[in-house]
Design a protein around this ligand. Structure first.
Ligand SMILES: O=C(O)CCC(=O)C(=O)O
Ligand SMILES: [Fe+2]
Length: 226
């Protein structure tokens, strides 16, 4: 499932992030990838574990965890510390797939990346190019969202960021280990959840609503790892 999540960060949070990121020290984005990614990655990132990345990353992770749409779609077990990246002057990240296993810090337990998320920190009219292109079973999707909005996509997909030819594209991106590792099962649970909410809004907690809610939880019981 590829899902647009509006308003993860408020305009005020975006303003503060932008002020802080304008003064940040950036490093070569190739610091956080393997050799296949490094061959196609040309961008800048905040260093992993730097005080600014930890501070702003905590705000992003808390905002996403509290977002009902993100929670229902990602079913997060653990969220890895968010990263921050910037692309300008033709910078790009070519076709790649995100590594399956990631370690948040030396010695920490390895986590599986099931769900990838980009939170846009620049407005679309501030830069040309920079579309996130995600290819899944249904085709190729081009994503460029307002600042504060997020896109969630399965970590199993091949994706890229087109060269930024004017202005600068700033974003936060992160990986989540889901309680449900399979994208199709997550998608089914998400659609069931959203439909139950519609039925509930229209008919209240009728016996049918209660029965469907039970069915959702029983599927989750069958598929979730905690
Ligand atoms: O900048 C983005 O939107 C995504 C970056 C990305 O795909 C990655 O760092 O693996
Ligand atoms: Fe990626």
């Amino acid at each position: 499932m590829i899902l647009h999540i509006p308003g993860v960060l408020t305009p005020e949070q975006i303003r503060q992030f932008r002020e802080r990121l304008a003064q940040a020290d950036w490093i070569d984005g190739r610091a956080s990838v393997g050799s296949q990614g490094a061959a196609v990655k040309r961008n800048r990132q905040l260093a992993e574990g730097s005080p600014l990345a930890v501070e702003l990353g905590g705000i992003v992770a808390r905002a996403l965890t509290a977002n009902p749409l993100f929670f229902a779609a990602a079913l997060p077990l653990r969220i890895l510390p968010p990263y921050f990246n910037g692309y300008a002057g033709g910078e790009t990240y070519g076709d790649h797939i995100d590594g399956a296993i990631r370690v948040a810090s030396p010695g920490a337990a390895p986590l599986r990346a099931d769900v990838s998320t980009t939170v846009f920190l620049s407005e679309p009219d501030e830069y040309d190019g920079g579309e996130l292109i995600v290819t899944d079973a249904y085709g190729t999707h081009e994503v460029k969202l307002p600042a504060g909005d997020a896109i969630l996509y399965p970590s199993t997909t091949v994706h890229r960021v087109e060269p930024v030819t004017r202005g600068e594209r700033l974003a936060s991106f992160l990986w989540t280990q889901s309680m449900v590792r399979d994208d199709w099962q997550r998608t089914m649970l998400f659609e069931l959840d959203q439909n139950i909410q519609s039925v509930r809004a229209a008919h209240g907690d009728s016996p049918a609503t209660v029965g469907l809610t039970g069915h959702y939880h029983n599927l989750l019981r069958m598929w979730a790892e905690t």
